[in-house]
Write a protein that binds this ligand. Structure first.
Ligand SMILES: *[C@@H]1O[C@H](CO)[C@@H](O)[C@H](O)[C@H]1NC(C)=O
Ligand SMILES: *[C@@H]1O[C@H](CO)[C@@H](O)[C@H](O)[C@H]1NC(C)=O
Ligand SMILES: *[C@@H]1O[C@H](CO)[C@@H](O)[C@H](O)[C@H]1NC(C)=O
Length: 503
């Protein structure tokens, strides 16, 4: 009876003693044992600290021994890591390369064990024994491991059915699994189907990439969760890209992966282009490069016959992903072939071989003057002259010299300018050919104005001379003035004579 109470008394003292050496918060409830959850593949820290008070008087001879209790393969407690007072460390198989304790542990009292990366079989009970002076301190930590499994394994590729499953080393029955994508609870639907800790994504899209968290609830009401950053190997850019290129120009069909394949540990990458014409695939070249994620296909000069669907197939390891690219060729068709004669009606029709339904067109007269930028918008009086500037067809009701030069048809979509084609307008002067510019428009008007001015000067000079010659006969002057309007032709002849003689 006495010995029993002595043992009880001693163990109580021991408990109180040990509790004093553990940082507040480290001990969970009455038990000194802590529980740490880690995802397989990530790192885990099993905490073990000496209180700062004890650290102040940390003696010379301090050592730590981390042991593991049980585990399925090892029934006996066995050493994981040992560090003696000189800082010398010993680690044991099978965890040798994955376990560590801070170098400064002997100085700062942080004897926490770091495991990286954690494996499913690392789950179990661990114990640290810190010895200093003649005293000792122990930490017990239970490591729980949550495993997130991808099926089929990484790399996850676009459109290939994917199963994400979560499993933990928890002993209790799993009651419920919830999934969160980028922080939001994922409702079970046709796109995502959750069953026994497994989430099914039948057609993974690039939007399904990001952080996934599974939350497991067990029959003892404990909840554990793990985070997984899902990377999906697919293509950059829109799902069905359309490339617009003017007939005769070069075109680059894009094929760019979302990640560098080497980020998934894939060494072998092969890109293969083909053309989907007449149901048959035509080989369009292959390239191999694991340090590149872009495999464009270049057509040096596209013709209307090149328009259509192309397919880029990229083999990453054993998986192949495909993307179809549409080449839409822009052409400008004039209603008159060859040079256009002045004054005729001209229609310019802009067309694309593979319209998507959202395109619109804009016509511009490019200024050919070298001082101006090539893409300068036609001046407003040019645009006022023609009604249909927006739309695929542009009408020039009467072609004139100012319409010569380059006309550009730009194709726009909701995302901006998609491409452009040009048409060079050349005019043959049918009425006046050599030199064509002198008698047109403003020049003719200016010449007539000058002639009229000269005539007026001559008439005035003639009148002044007549007045100076016959100052005694003012009536004669009046007579002249009266006859002039009546005999117009005579007056004009006179004026011409005067012009010839006087000017
Ligand atoms: C103790 O060391 C571990 C690594 O071994 C580290 O992750 C942890 O943050 C440290 N704790 C403190 C309180 O410094
Ligand atoms: C889940 O884990 C347990 C024990 O860790 C294991 O027996 C079981 O096969 C695992 N299930 C799956 C689906 O991984
Ligand atoms: C592979 O791609 C990288 C990056 O684009 C480039 O620097 C390298 O020259 C390429 N190698 C070959 C063999 O084409």
């Amino acid at each position: 009876m006495r010995s029993v109470s002595l043992v009880l008394f001693l163990s109580l003292i021991l408990l109180a003693f040990n509790a004093g050496h553990i940082l507040p918060g480290v001990a969970e409830g009455k038990s000194r044992e802590q529980k740490v959850w880690a995802r397989a593949g990530s790192s885990a820290v099993l905490p073990c600290h000496l209180s700062p008070r004890k650290m102040k008087q940390l003696p010379e001879k301090t050592s730590v021994l981390w042991k593991r209790h049980g585990g399925s393969a090892h029934q006996e407690p066995h050493m994981v890591l040992e560090m003696d007072s000189s800082g010398l460390r010993k680690t044991a198989l099978p965890m040798r390369p994955r376990v560590s304790v801070q170098h400064s542990a002997l100085r700062n009292g942080n004897f926490s064990l770091r495991i990286h990366p954690v494996r499913r079989e690392d789950a179990g009970l661990y114990e640290a024994q810190v010895a200093y002076n003649m005293e000792s301190h122990s930490c017990q930590v239970e490591l729980g491991v949550i495993t997130v499994t991808l099926s089929p394994p990484s790399p996850v590729v676009e459109n290939e059915p994917l199963l994400l499953s979560c499993n933990s080393s928890h002993w209790a029955n799993l009651l419920e699994t919830r999934w969160f994508h980028n922080g939001r609870l994922v409702p079970t639907s046709r796109t995502f189907c959750s069953l026994h800790g497994t989430l099914s994504i039948p057609r993974p899209a690039m939007s399904d990439a990001g952080s996934w968290r599974c939350q497991l609830r067990y029959s003892n009401n404990e909840i554990v969760s793990a985070m997984y950053n899902l990377k999906i190997l697919g293509f950059d850019g829109p799902t069905n890209p359309v490339v617009y290129a003017a007939a005769g120009s070069a075109a680059d069909l894009p094929c760019t992966l979302s990640y560098l394949p080497s980020a998934f540990g894939v060494k072998m990458v092969t890109a293969h282009w083909s053309r989907l014409a007449g149901g048959r695939l035509q080989d369009r070249g292959t390239s191999q490069n694991s340090s590149s994620r872009s495999f464009p296909f270049r057509l040096p000069a596209v013709g209307p016959g090149d328009a259509g669907q192309y397919r880029c197939a990229v083999s990453v390891g054993s998986k192949t992903i495909r993307r179809d690219v549409t080449l839409s060729v822009i052409t400008v068709t004039p209603s008159i072939q060859g040079p256009v004669s002045e004054g005729s009606r001209l229609l310019l029709i802009c067309s694309i071989t593979h319209p998507q339904g959202h395109e619109f067109f804009q016509w511009k007269h490019l200024n050919s003057a070298p001082t101006n930028s090539k893409l300068a918008v036609a001046t407003s009086h040019h645009l006022d002259g023609h009604r249909s500037q927006i739309g695929p067809t542009m009408e020039i009701p009467q072609v004139s010299q100012k319409d010569t030069g380059t006309w550009e048809c730009s194709v726009y979509g909701p995302e901006g300018r998609l491409g452009a084609a040009e048409y060079g307008l050349q005019i043959t002067g049918a009425q006046v050919s050599n030199p064509p510019t002198i008698f047109s428009g403003q020049v003719t008007f200016g010449l007539m104005l000058t002639l009229f001015f000269l005539l007026t000067v001559c008439v005035l000079a003639l009148a002044l001379r007549k007045r100076a010659r016959s100052p005694a006969f003012p009536g004669l002057e009046g007579m002249v003035a009266v006859t002039v309007p009546r005999k117009k032709e005579m007056e004009e002849n006179q004026k011409e004579k005067i012009q010839q003689t006087e000017c």
